[in-house]
Design a protein around this ligand. Structure first.
Ligand code: ZN
Ligand code: ZN
Length: 408
């Protein structure tokens, strides 16, 4: 155990842009957040581009950078991260894909990329899971809603195969094509093509689709996959920092990333990864396990989906709920407490943007600054200045007294 502990809080998509209906304030500026403000007063603050200046981060690449894993080196595509999110134990040589259940017509033209936002893909995953074609096993597991990640397992696979999902409707599904001239890519595309044809035939004949037809719902008859990737070779967090780490999160992807890094991952009842999540249950989990770990990755998802829905009022309310959590965490006066976001998700955009995010680091020893409010505008005036996500862990490690000296 290290002498000091770290509570590393990421509020997904928390940062925003000025919103006309909030008098050009951001939701963080509009929300009442006395605890976040106190943390900023006691801590050191700055503005941070998690991946890089001008880069719109995904949550996965941003989190890699926040943990000190350069996404340009370690990111192998979203497929493996979503597969890890649903609890797949990826093995070396596996190819993972992101997938949706989609709807195609008789000419294989996509009429709905999400099969009417079908809410459960379990029957489809169950039907095809474990299929073996030409020595390759196809492993399927239901993701959330219409999502259904796919794993190909066997010898001689390549991730250099094109997407099947066209990303837009009203065009024909793409046939998987090799993206390089290797035997492996050609083989992977060929065996995948067979699997997609077979699964399409099976899906068409499923009772659930007969029922959906009667109800006037789109058929869930095609597996639209994209983003092939190998399992990333990520150095274990414990080996990298010599810290015992635990993940306190509700949403699947963050648990998946934490698992890939070798953190212990808790399942917390009521932590849904949605705005309705029971955030105080997560605090209870942290309190309960506080003596067992050095590093707590504490993830809160709610602000991001609200921002994608352009619900700035909901976001203000959620940030006030999040502030109560920070109030609880501030009780750990001896810990290093980091609060930041993985990226901005402006409600005016409904998407992630490349804007920097506020960051505050509290520790009893920190050389504090004059920042008195935790938000985009005020934190940018702080002593940390403007940093990159990759800078964050080295600062934390130094504040823990664990950094090794460069030079003599
Ligand atoms: Zn995110
Ligand atoms: Zn998002």
């Amino acid at each position: 155990m290290a002498a000091k502990k770290v509570i590393f809080v990421v509020a997904d998509g928390m940062a925003d842009r000025p919103i006309p209906k909030l008098d050009r304030r951001t939701p963080l500026e509009a929300a009442k957040t006395p605890n976040l403000d106190q943390l900023a007063k006691d801590g050191i603050s700055g503005a941070m581009n998690t991946v890089d200046v001008g880069v719109r981060p995904g949550s996965d690449t941003a989190h890699l950078a926040l943990f000190g894993y350069d996404p340009n080196v370690y990111y192998t595509g979203r497929g493996p991260f979503e597969a890890a999110a649903v609890g797949f134990d990826l093995k070396e040589g596996d190819i993972a894909w992101r997938g949706n259940m989609g709807t195609v017509d008789e000419n294989l033209v996509i009429t709905d990329r999400r099969a009417g936002r079908i809410s459960d893909t379990t029957p489809f995953a169950d039907e095809m899971n474990g299929t073996v074609i030409d020595g390759i096993e196809f492993i399927l597991s239901p993701g959330s809603g219409y999502r259904i990640p796919l794993i190909m397992r066997g010898k001689g696979l390549s991730d250099q195969v094109s997407d099947v999902d066209t990303h837009v409707a009203n065009v024909k599904v793409h046939e998987p094509e090799p993206l390089d001239s290797s035997e492996e890519a050609e083989f992977t595309a060929k065996v995948l093509k067979k699997f997609l044809q077979r699964s399409h035939e099976v899906f068409k004949g499923m009772e659930i689709n007969t029922k959906r037809a009667k109800e006037g719902k789109p058929q869930a008859n095609y597996l639209l996959i994209r983003g092939a990737g190998f399992r990333p070779e990520l150095p274990n967090f414990k080996d990298k920092y010599n810290l015992d780490a635990a993940c306190i999160a509700g949403a699947g992807m963050y648990k998946g990333i934490a698992r890939l890094l070798g953190m212990d991952v808790f399942d917390i009842p009521g932590a849904t990864g949605k705005p309705d999540s029971n955030l105080l249950a997560k605090v209870d989990k942290l309190k309960e396990s506080y003596n067992d770990y050095d590093f707590f990755f504490f993830h809160v998802k709610g602000a991001d989906p609200l921002s994608h829905d352009e619900d700035y009022e909901g976001k203000v309310k959620f940030l006030e709920k999040f502030d109560e959590v920070v109030g609880e965490l501030r009780q750990f006066k001896e810990a290093v407490i980091v609060v930041t976001a993985d990226h901005s998700t402006p409600c005016t955009l409904g998407e992630h943007s490349a804007d920097d995010v506020p960051v505050t680091i509290y520790s009893p020893e920190v050389r504090d600054d004059d920042v008195e409010h935790f938000n985009e505008r005020e934190c940018a005036k702080g002593r940390l200045g403007h940093i990159r996500g990759m800078n964050l862990m080295p600062i934390v490690i130094d504040l823990m007294g664990l950094a090794s000296m460069f030079g003599a």
